[in-house]
Structures are given as structure tokens and as C-alpha cells.
Design a protein around this ligand. Structure first.
Ligand SMILES: Cc1cc2nc3c(=O)[nH]c(=O)nc-3n(C[C@H](O)[C@H](O)[C@H](O)COP(=O)(O)OP(=O)(O)OC[C@H]3O[C@@H](n4cnc5c(N)ncnc54)[C@H](O)[C@@H]3O)c2cc1C
Length: 410
């Protein structure tokens, strides 16, 4: 059996590991544009100078030898031909497969604002070469502009602040990390970033950006007319699944590659996992999908059921936050807040079920909240402060390997 995996990110790596655990003798070929295995979540540590390329590797030592994975690095898959069960590489080579995994992740999205897409001093932050280019430019750049204050924008900002750069972050929303945090939790980070030298311009959009004869943009004009001078621009305005090599393949795609619960695509023996599916966009889910696809590729039935996409741990300047589920308050929510000098905790309950948590400062014992949200457990029967719910309030019963949690006091 020959397994071919496109992508050496966490989804591809976890799939390879899983396949080897199930199939000791099959051939596993992994193909990636990446020449270093690296954690995207750690790129800010590379920008800040805290880690080198090797320090971003998240695999165990001798991973490729240990799991007998043949890694073809630094090559791009240009086409997939499901009818012939072949893929084509940019070096002209074709590779046949019995089972194929699409784990190509996503690409930075640069919005069509002015000439952002044409300028040579505009970067996304998705992979190591982006981070390397940013570090190179940052050596002499005096004015850095970051467009977007989501996790990726703030990662870039953090890394550059640690290098002593002053920078401006422009954000359309009324707070930073708007997808993850509420105003109170966001302000705690904003203050720390400002202390480190960042300036935030909120509720503003970049509206004009013109390349000068040197091919670079030297200022970006915002929608209120303010001109922000810049030598280096980092755009963190979202990602798009890497679907280019699937054009003409007939494999069904919408925002990402369309998959069923077993992560099988519309083509026979072709699976997809990780950001390319657009099911989630976060590391632990990409890893889970890799493992689940790997099992199914070996004929062991497994389903991906983690449909709540939002689950983030954020840590900047020593302040840690965990958010799971929904952040935005809705009509009919019971909003519970507990705060003191060291922590801010918010729980959103609807009809007795926890739909979202945001814990800042102290994220201990978070496991139970993830379980309650995922399984939509009704907690109304527990006669105590919701913040004090713990595993002791439950017992579980095994049912052919499936755990069911029952509230004792109900
Ligand atoms: C800056 C940054 C910070 C992040 N921080 C967090 C965080 O704190 N927490 C969190 O949970 N998530 C975070 N994420 C998201 C997380 O990194 C992703 O969800 C995860 O990396 C997805 O893994 P993946 O394997 O699907 O794709 P990727 O990691 O993107 O890997 C894709 C692989 O496919 C290869 N590839 C793509 N197209 C081709 C092709 N045509 N031919 C050959 N190879 C190809 C690439 O070279 C790469 O090896 C962050 C992402 C970024 C960019």
C-alpha cells in the first residue's frame, strides 16, 4: 500500500504517525513546500529571535527515520489526478498513490486594498519563509504597520516588539482579538502591547496603499484619512485553504475541501485533514483530523466530531487566556462573571447549557468546560455556583468504550 501525504504540517505529520502505527509495511511519502517542519504557532518566537529554525520543529527526534516516512521537501504539488491516482510535482515528477491525504493547510489572504498585493514590502505570516523575510526587512525598517489584530497579527507584533521595533496595529473592530475576546479581556492585552511600544488604531480600515517607483508602499491611508508611514507591512487579514493544486481535479471544494465525517473527500481514496478542510483553523483540531484521516486511510473507521471550532489558548507577555465556544453574547444568555485582581472569568449559559467560556489569568481545570460545551450538558441540576463545577459533580458510565457523563444531582 502506498500512502501519499501532501503537507508536512501538524495534520500531515499526525496522519503519517497514525498510518505507521496501523500499517508497519506500507510506503509513506510526504511532500511539502516546507523545507523545515515547523510549528506556525511558534513563528513569533522566531521573529523575536528566541528560537531558530530547528527550535520550531514539533516532531520527535528522527521522526522521518523512526516512522519510515520518505519526505520530499521543497517541492510543490501542482495537480492531483484522482482518475489516474497520481499527483504532479512542480519538478515534473509524477507520483502514484493508493491512498492520498490532502493536508496542504492554508495561505495568507492579502485583501485587494490598493496595491497591497503588488508591493514588495508586504508580507503575510503563515510559514517560515514569511517569518524569515519579516526578520530580514525588520533589520532596517523603522515604521512597521500590522493590519489586523487577530492571533496572527498579534504574533507578528509581539515578535517585532521583542526586537525593539515600534509599530502600529490597525484593526477594523472596536477591540483587539475580536474573534476570541470580549472588550475587558482584550484591553488587558492591549495595555501590555502598548507598554511594549505598540500603537493601536481601532475601528479603522486601510483604504489606500500605493506602490512607489521602488515597488514598495511607504504609507497606508486609513478610511478616516490618517496616513500611516511604513517601511514594512504585515497583513493578518485571514487565510484561505490551499486549494490551487486541486483545480481541475474534480474534488469537491467550497471554502475548503469538502469532507464527510471520516474526512474522505468526494474522490475515491482521497482524504483531507487540517486547515485545508476549513472546518476549524486551529492546531489541536488539525492534529485530530490528521489522526482520524490516517486511521480511515488504513481502513479503521473513525469520525471527526469536534464541530465547535473555537478553542484558543492565548499567551502574550505572561498573561494567559483560554476561550472555548462562543464569545459573543446573545439574547437569552445567562452571563456569569467572576473577577478579581488575578483573574477574569466569564461563562455564557443558554437554557442551562454552557456555550462559551473565557478565562483570563487562571485557566486551571479547563478540561471540564471543554467537555460541557462539546457535549451540551445541562448543568441546571447542580446546585452550586457555576464557576465551582468540577469533575466531582459527575460520574461516567462506560458503554462499549463510549463515555457518557451524567449529572449525579439531576
Ligand atoms: C502565525 C500563526 C500563529 C498561530 N497560532 C496558533 C495558536 O496559537 N493556536 C492554535 O491552535 N493555532 C494557531 N495557528 C493555526 C495553526 O498553526 C494551524 O491550524 C495549523 O498549522 C494547521 O495545520 P495544517 O497541517 O493543516 O497546515 P499547515 O501547518 O499550514 O501545513 C501545510 C503544509 O502543506 C504544505 N503545502 C501546502 N500546499 C502544498 C503544495 N501544493 N505542495 C506541497 N506542499 C504543500 C506546506 O508546505 C506545509 O508543509 C497559528 C497559525 C499561524 C499562521
Amino acid at each position: 500500500m502506498k500512502y501519499v501525504i501532501i503537507g508536512a504540517g501538524v495534520a500531515g505529520i499526525e496522519a503519517a504517525k497514525t498510518i505507521r502505527q496501523q500499517d508497519a509495511s506500507g510506503d509513506i511519502v510526504m511532500i511539502s513546500q516546507d523545507t523545515f517542519v515547523h510549528s506556525r504557532c511558534m513563528l513569533h518566537k522566531y521573529i523575536s529571535g528566541e528560537r531558530d529554525e530547528k527550535g520550531l520543529d514539533f516532531t520527535e527526534r528522527d521522526f522521518f527515520d523512526k516512522y519510515r516516512v520518505h519526505w520530499k521537501k521543497g517541492v510543490r504539488v501542482t495537480n492531483v489526478f484522482p482518475d489516474k491516482k497520481e499527483i504532479l510535482l512542480d519538478n515534473g515528477q509524477t507520483i502514484a498513490y493508493d491512498k492520498l491525504l490532502l493536508a496542504g493547510g492554508a495561505d495568507s489572504f492579502i485583501p485587494p486594498v490598493g496595491q497591497l498585493r503588488q508591493a514588495s514590502n508586504v508580507y503575510g505570516l503563515r510559514n517560515l519563509p514569511d517569518a524569515q523575510a519579516i526578520v530580514k526587512e525588520a533589520q532596517w525598517a523603522e515604521n512597521v504597520l500590522v493590519i489586523g489584530s487577530g492571533l496572527v497579527g498579534l504574533d507578528a507584533a509581539y515578535g517585532l516588539l521583542e526586537r525593539g521595533k515600534k509599530l502600529t496595529v490597525v484593526e477594523m473592530a472596536d477591540r483587539i482579538l475580536p474573534m476570541q475576546l470580549d472588550a475587558r479581556a482584550a484591553m488587558a492585552y492591549q495595555e501590555r502591547f502598548e507598554k511594549a511600544g505598540a500603537r493601536f488604531v481601532l475601528q479603522r480600515k486601510a483604504s489606500q496603499a500605493v506602490c512607489q517607483p521602488d515597488g514598495r508602499i511607504h504609507q497606508v491611508i486609513l478610511d478616516d484619512g490618517e496616513a500611516i508611514p511604513c517601511d514594512l507591512i504585515i497583513v493578518a487579514a485571514g487565510v484561505r485553504s490551499s486549494l490551487a493544486c486541486l483545480e481541475g481535479s474534480g474534488i469537491a471544494c467550497e471554502r475548503g475541501v469538502t469532507v464527510d465525517a471520516s474526512l474522505k473527500t468526494s474522490a475515491a481514496d482521497v482524504y483531507a485533514a487540517g486547515d485545508i478542510t476549513a472546518l476549524s483553523g486551529i492546531w489541536p483540531n488539525a492534529a485530530d483530523q490528521g489522526r482520524i484521516a490516517g486511521k480511515n486511510m488504513c481502513g479503521i473507521a473513525a469520525a471527526y466530531t469536534d464541530t465547535y471550532a473555537m478553542k484558543n489558548t492565548i499567551n502574550f507577555f505572561g498573561l494567559v487566556t483560554l476561550c472555548v465556544g462562543r464569545v459573543k453574547e446573545e439574547e437569552g444568555d445567562l452571563v456569569c462573571i467572576r473577577e478579581d485582581q488575578n483573574q477574569y472569568k466569564k461563562i455564557l449559559l443558554k437554557d442551562g447549557r454552557v456555550e462559551g467560556i473565557l478565562f483570563q489569568g487562571n485557566i486551571a481545570n479547563a478540561g471540564i468546560w471543554q467537555y460541557l460545551i462539546k457535549n451540551k450538558i445541562d448543568v441546571r441540576g447542580i446546585k452550586k455556583d457555576v464557576f465551582d463545577i468540577n469533575y466531582g459533580d459527575f460520574y461516567h458510565v462506560g458503554d462499549r468504550g463510549k463515555y457518557e457523563w451524567v449529572i449525579e444531582s439531576l
